[in-house]
Write a protein that binds this ligand. Structure first.
Ligand code: 5GP
Length: 190
């Protein structure tokens, strides 16, 4: 998505060779028009798959997942992220490390929001090591629903998450791939 690449070059800042700060577009602020365009692009790429639900993780995944769900005409579910010692019997729960916060949190989805008849599209903002995605995939699989694919706005392809999930056979589509953040510079993969 060229428009997204242009906006990243203008607005994102490289924190270090592993982390990009994308506050104005993904992690703190939202551009509704650009977000709707991302949603349309995901809906276009997954057209032809009979998706019944979009799922994401709070909070940064929600705007683009909402835009995708609106385009597809299906409901959105977002996993809540909590640090908790208590189990929730009515919910699926998976413990995952947080890439940016350096802590472990639990992803939680109420059982009644995911059904075995569902075909689910997982949408998220950024993939790094893939821990959040793997946690969410385990939740979808526990529910008996089918995972149709994964849509990621920004794939940092120098980290292993996207590659590992594709090797496991999941269909992962990213809007923009970043192959390096070295020398304080964003280098796109293609
Ligand atoms: P993963 O679980 O794939 O290692 O990391 C995914 C999550 O960590 C994303 O949902 C995103 O919120 C956050 N994250 C990973 N890398 C970055 C980054 O470079 N910048 C920002 N702002 N967040 C990131």
């Amino acid at each position: 998505m060229d428009i997204l690449k242009e906006r990243l070059l203008k607005e994102a800042s490289v924190l270090n060779s592993d982390v990009l700060k994308v506050d104005s577009l993904l992690n703190h602020g939202v551009d509704p028009q650009l977000t709707m365009e991302m949603g349309r692009e995901f809906a276009r790429r997954f057209a032809g798959v009979a998706i019944t639900k979009v799922i994401t993780v709070e909070s940064s995944g929600i705007p683009v997942a909402f835009a995708t769900a609106l385009e597809l005409g299906v409901p959105l579910v977002f996993a809540r992220r909590k640090k908790t010692l208590l189990g929730e019997p009515d919910a699926y729960m998976e413990r995952v490390p947080s890439f940016t916060k350096g802590i472990v949190t639990d992803l939680i989805v109420s059982r009644h929001l995911l059904q075995p008849e569902d075909t689910v599209l997982f949408i998220d903002d950024i993939i790094a090591n893939g821990d959040a995605a793997r946690g969410l995939i385990r939740i979808v699989e526990q529910s008996g629903a089918r995972l149709a694919g994964i849509g990621i706005v920004l794939e940092k392809s120098f980290q292993a998450g996207g590659r590992t999930l594709r090797e496991l056979g999941y269909r992962l589509e990213s809007l923009v791939k970043i192959k390096s953040l070295d020398n304080n510079e964003i280098t796109f993969a293609e």
